[in-house]
Design a protein around this ligand. Sequence first.
Ligand code: SF4
Length: 193
Amino acid sequence: MPRIGVFICHCGTNIASVVDVAKVVDTVQKVPGVTIAQDLKYSCSALGQAAIKDAIREHRLDTVVVAACSPRMHEPTFMKCIESAGLNPYQFEMANIREQCSWVHADAAQATEKAIALVKVAIAKAKNLVPLSITKMPVTKHALVVGGGISGIQAALDISKAGYKVTLVEKSPSIGGRMAQLEKTFPTLDCSA
Ligand code: SF4
């Protein structure tokens, strides 16, 4: 069974003025696998991150869930935070209870239920996380363009002009696609082939 720590952010009043944070904490700490659930005023602040690191050490957590803002905003912050406390940074999951909850709902009771559901989903996902490591692979700077119609030809030319090798693949015996089947094209009446 994983040892999951769940941290529910107030974001000042951004979340806490709509979502009943204490109720969310109370509910999710009973979810199997959750070792500790606690609220934080500003999770991304130095104090908030220190509290998460302390909890990781004190409760021997192996996975962390933060319910706060959009992962686009602070997922890297928290991944670095838990990594500095000795965890694999991919043992982390975030629930967005600000942009997708408190900022878009006025009914506090319903918003709180939604926040609980969002956090439970994040916990369920967190239980299936596995530690990952970053590997670097050499890549061949060579593009494959599939389809030798006009757009494929143009894409191949553009990539080639940018300095990369290109292989253009076409299933029919000649390139040009539909365009090559037209006799003349508007407005110049040029022979399209
Ligand atoms: S983690 Fe996100 S939701 Fe929490 S205080 Fe920082 S910006 Fe606000």
